[in-house]
Design a protein around this ligand. Structure first.
Ligand code: NAP
Length: 315
């Protein structure tokens, strides 16, 4: 016997980014009793994006505002929302899936995993030690602390370049450190970064150590062309080197690809019946708000079909 509350749903969605809320909209609109859970506040990774300018219908919108719109839209169809709900145990394998949090057991006919991905660490000496004291993974959250300071952003993708530009609003100088000669970021973003006078590029260099006393004082780089070390005196380091999927709770129950992302077919079906995955957490060629939202719609539609068959079989 458990003294935990037991709640029954048709569909439980894990994660509240664009994939989560899009699947909630489709699921609830399809008349399925739907709950959405997130270990954090709602909105997922895009909530931290400064500006999104490639989501159709919104020439420019902040990630936070766009995600608020997603949530308001889902609310219209009636969903149950559980932010700050940490999953303690999960059983994906049984016909009725079970998700246990501190005070509740959620039972679901189908689950949609939309837990997204999180910032990758450089895994160098000093990185973990200086988190909150000069190492940050969120320019929007921490940029304002670095007025007139010197910063480094590591990475060559869209995130690194966009966040570096944002940081120039506060910092007097921002180094962009990239391990290759060419950037992965979109051309338009590269062009904008190149014309920003506060940005200095250090190409073909790899961070090897972060040092300091109370706070970050130095970033040591390896120049990959001549193998010599470069010491950069600075006040903060922002690694933006991509993401890793949030799948800790599902390991061993579901098939992942070599990089750890959940494998799905085109219907967002995972290796487990009744379990679907959508957005950045799955094997996908493009990780954008639009593709996550699209995945969410497909996943909810597949979940609805699955529940329909399940109900016919058990009737
Ligand atoms: P990303 O595109 O995967 O880029 C990661 C960058 O970090 C790459 O340049 C990579 O170098 C570098 N890197 C990876 N591991 C490293 C390591 N250990 N040490 C040093 N450098 C390392 O990641 P992202 O920029 O976070 O973007 C993720 C996804 O979100 C992308 O699809 C991106 O387009 C999207 N996004 C879109 C927007 C927007 O549309 N506004 C904004 C942000 C992100 P290499 O190039 O050498 O591999």
């Amino acid at each position: 016997m458990t003294d935990k509350k037991i709640l029954n749903y048709d569909v439980v969605i894990l994660g509240s980014g664009p994939a989560g809320f899009s699947s909630a909209i489709y699921s609830a609109r399809g008349n399925l009793k739907t709950a959405i859970l997130d270990i954090n506040m709602f909105g997922g990774q895009p909530s931290n994006y400064l500006e999104i300018e490639n989501y159709p219908g919104f020439p420019v919108i902040s990630g936070f505002e766009l995600m608020q719109k997603f949530e308001e839209h889902a609310d219209k169809f009636g969903i149950d929302k559980y932010p700050m709900a940490e999953i303690l145990k999960i059983n994906l394998i049984s016909e009725i899936k079970e998700i246990e949090t501190a005070d509740t057991i959620f039972k679901a006919k189908a689950i949609i995993i939309a837990t997204g991905a999180q910032a990758k660490k450089l895994n160098i000496k000093g990185e973990s030690e200086f988190i909150g004291r000069g190492v940050s993974y969120c320019a929007v959250c921490d940029g304002a602390f670095y007025k007139d300071k010197i910063l480094a952003v590591v990475g060559g993708g869209n995130s690194a370049l966009e966040e570096a530009m944002y940081l120039t609003k506060f910092a007097k100088k921002v180094y962009i450190i990239h391990r290759r000669e060419t950037f992965r970021a979109d051309k338009i973003i590269c062009q904008r970064t190149c014309t920003n006078k506060k940005i200095e590029f250090i190409m073909c260099a790899q961070p090897i150590e972060i040092t300091g006393n109370k706070c970050v004082e130095k970033l040591i780089l390896k120049d990959l062309k001549n193998n010599k070390n470069i010491d950069l005196c600075l006040d903060g380091v922002f690694p933006y080197i991509g993401c890793t999927p949030n799948i800790d709770k599902f390991i061993g129950q579901i098939k992942q690809n070599a990089d750890g992302y959940i494998e799905t077919d085109i219907n967002m079906q995972t290796s487990v019946e009744g379990v679907f995955a959508a957005g950045d957490v799955r094997n996908t060629p493009l990780r954008q708000v639009i593709t996550a939202a699209s995945d969410g719609a497909v996943a909810a539609n597949s979940a609805a079909r699955y529940i329909e068959i399940l109900t016919q079989v058990t009737a």
